[in-house]
Design a protein around this ligand. Sequence first.
Ligand code: BG6
Length: 494
Amino acid sequence: MADRMQAGAPEVSDGLVLFGGNGDLALRMLFPSLCFLEAEGLLPRGMPILAVGRSALDDDAFRALVREALGKRAPEAAAAAESLLARTHYSAVDVTHINEIERIGARMGELNIIRPLYYLSVSPSLYSPICEGLLAAQLAGEGARVVMEKPIGKDLASSRVINDQVQAAFSEERIFRIDHYLGKETVQNLIALRFANTLFEPLWNNLTIDHVQITIAETQGVGDRWPYYDEYGAMGDMVQNHMMQLLCLVAMEPPSDLAPDSVRNEKVKVLRSLRPIGRAEVAHNVVRGQYTKGVVGGEQVAGYLEEKGSDSETETFVAIQAHIDNWRWAGVPFYLRTGKRLPDRDTEIFIQFKGVPHSIFAGESREDLVPNQLLIRLQPEEDIVLRLMNQRPGLSLGGMRLESLPLSLSLKNVHKTPARRRIAYERLILDALSGDSTLFVRRDEVEKAWEWVDGVNDAWRRAGQPPRPYAAGSWGPGGAFALIEREGRAWHED
Ligand code: BG6
């Protein structure tokens, strides 16, 4: 993001050390991202990759594994895949034994890695042992950086423990906490839309905006991720990180520039202004659900409890009415909604403007008049749609007829290249390698988000209300509709 060529810019890493190198995320997302970056000539020339995992594999066996994954995920980049594989290596190491980590150091020496980017694509319970091991083996020196995947902790207290342990080895500016939503093209586009246009900023406040909706809807269920998911629920898995980041980017004040701390300072201010939801408010402002069996995409699917066969009060759906207590947003509700096994895959930010203060239109045309809306869609397609009122062509006895028409900026149609959708990790890997942390999450953001989420979770616990059931393939429990409709509003639908 920031100009990498400027004087004093951080040095680019000269090697990637990927912990969890043969894990699901690495094979499904990270290697394909690296392969596409290689195809576009964006990786540091000749940069070695050292994958670290527990399985006893040699370099060739590991390369075969990655080759197979790339064949599925990046078939169009076969030549880049081979050049990437030629400098990909593997070390079988049990990272829970500090002395084994020394072997990683020896391998890094052979590969000439002096300024490593360590990528922790492993269970968060291994973050501390790995960082301790790297420190003890003197592999965490000034040139080294570390990337951590979410979730960082299960609540504020546990996230502090992890952050303390990682910070014992790496200073904050060398820690890159990933939220892959920040790597999505449309999420960055939100920054461009807000701050590269004069049009929106004067309207971006409680004088003009009626309310904001953020929806992250998924059709998939929890399935074999059950043991992980059941500990976090929708609040820990989606709201604490992805949802909070989207909320921050929509609501933050204009930063003075795109330097990492300028942006992150503004995001933290939003998190600080989020009104806590306590015991007295939780029943009114929050709806929690858990899917039961149903039909999604024409297929019969099991309920959450049947997937594992044990009882649980973990939520797979949540709808929240949140408020940001500052001058810009006072009185503007932010409706947040996310869930598994919903009818569509749909991630969007929907801004509903207020109606015109006085209608000069009479009769039927008065009824045609609807407020402007701005839709920023991240998934399934990246799209930005501004709905404006127009005169409907033709004559009618009732006078002028009006209609709301979309002004659409479909990224797929505007930019023919790249033809494929980028994987969010491409941007993030590139930025981490060049030491640009603008799109990474700072410790205080993680902690402020947990503080708010912990408040909601705690209020639930004390209220003793189990999540409400909803059939897979529906839009969540009925209460989620009541949450918004009782105020004369409705969830956005296409
Ligand atoms: C992950 C969550 O962080 O994000 C998953 O752990 C979720 O539960 C996923 O499915 C959604 O990401 P995306 O990019 O597919 O919307």
